[in-house]
Design a protein around this ligand. Structure first.
Ligand SMILES: [Zn+2]
Ligand SMILES: [Zn+2]
Length: 338
């Protein structure tokens, strides 16, 4: 079973390599400096995506509640780094980004689905949609039609692009061109259908609140204590953790294309931003990543800490991760600005 899984994932990885490399090769536009308009397919006919606007606004409006004495607890604050690591570094960083988008390693199918599902629990879109947007970003980084370049505006790159329909990204042709590998997979097709991926997020939120209720009951033995602990889990384990991880992930699209240093000469504005590298456990070494997108290792210098990659190394040691793509040093040497 595991041999079959490994073989098929390797085949899909090779199919992906050829197609994405070809897409990137075709984009030979010389880097232009200065501002850009919004992508062409975002215009006055574009629909405002209220299904994105409303949850994002509501989650932000809930933030002050988390600091009321009833909901606040210091152990609740611990959910931020722990939840950030589990759901966002493993789910988005390792799962959506380094595995599904760039095929930087292979692993058993059950582990791939686990990482992807943790990504779904970060409420950052379905795997197919996220990967599609990110592959378009790599193809056209900071050029038209990059979906989220800060050359439009910092706010646009950070979150504005999420709220208006970019018709270029929502056609069946776009899914066929950019994420054919994922759309061939039954699980990713199912998540893509209707609001299935949102339901997975809702179920995980219910599970966290239920654990909170159980802890509250065991700890206090009272209904009031059970309700309060469930509320604290909801507020810190779901709301605050989700909003925090939204902003640190979005910060890669905005701040890591604006501020930071560059190890490599690349054809976009990517930067290594240490703050967002620490907040995302490695994704902020974004100039390194644009210089060598296949590499699963984003921190290239000894002090560029990349906890997500270290986690993949640990999984490789125990045999769960294979074909872990390391930096291509000879190619990177030619791009080095040192
Ligand atoms: Zn980028
Ligand atoms: Zn990438």
């Amino acid at each position: 079973m595991s041999t079959v899984t490994k073989k098929s994932s390797k085949t899909s990885s090779q199919a992906y390599d050829a197609s994405l490399d070809e897409l990137i090769e075709k984009d030979s536009v010389v880097t232009q400096r200065g501002r850009l308009p919004k992508p062409e397919k975002v215009d006055k006919d574009s629909r405002i995506l209220w299904e994105y606007v409303i949850p994002v606004v509501v989650m932000h409006l809930l933030i002050p509640l988390a600091f009321l004495p009833y909901f606040f607890s210091w152990w609740g604050v611990l959910f931020m780094p722990i939840g950030n690591y589990i759901f966002t570094s493993l789910g988005i960083g390792a799962g959506y980004h380094r595995l599904l988008t760039h095929r930087g390693f292979t692993c058993p199918r059950w582990l791939e689905y686990t990482l992807s599902t943790l990504g779904v629990c970060s409420l950052q879109d379905s795997p197919a949609r996220w990967v599609l947007v990110h592959r378009v970003h790599h193809q056209h980084s900071d050029h038209q039609p990059d979906p989220h370049t800060p050359r439009v505006s910092c706010f646009w790159a950070h979150m504005g692009w999420l709220f208006i329909d970019n018709r270029e990204l929502s056609t069946a042709a776009a899914y066929d061109k950019y994420v054919r590998d994922l759309m061939r997979d039954g699980y990713y097709r199912w998540l893509q259908r209707g609001i299935n991926w949102v339901l997975v997020y809702v179920y995980h939120a219910i599970a966290i609140v239920a654990v909170g209720a159980a802890v509250g009951w065991l700890w206090t033995g009272t209904t009031a204590g059970t309700l309060q602990t469930a509320g604290q889990f909801a507020m810190w384990g779901v709301v605050m953790r989700t909003v925090f991880t939204w902003h640190v992930t979005w910060g890669i699209n905005s701040f890591s294309h604006m501020w930071g240093y560059r190890n490599y000469q690349t054809r976009e504005d990517s930067r290594n931003n240490w703050l967002f590298a620490l907040l995302t456990n490695g994704e902020g070494w974004h100039n390194n990543h644009h210089a060598d997108p296949r590499s699963a290792q984003h921190g290239h210098r000894w002090w560029e800490i990349d906890l997500t990659y270290l986690s993949l190394l640990a999984l490789e040691k125990v045999g769960l991760v294979k074909d872990l793509v390391r930096p291509n040093h000879s190619a990177l040497e030619r791009k080095s600005v040192a």
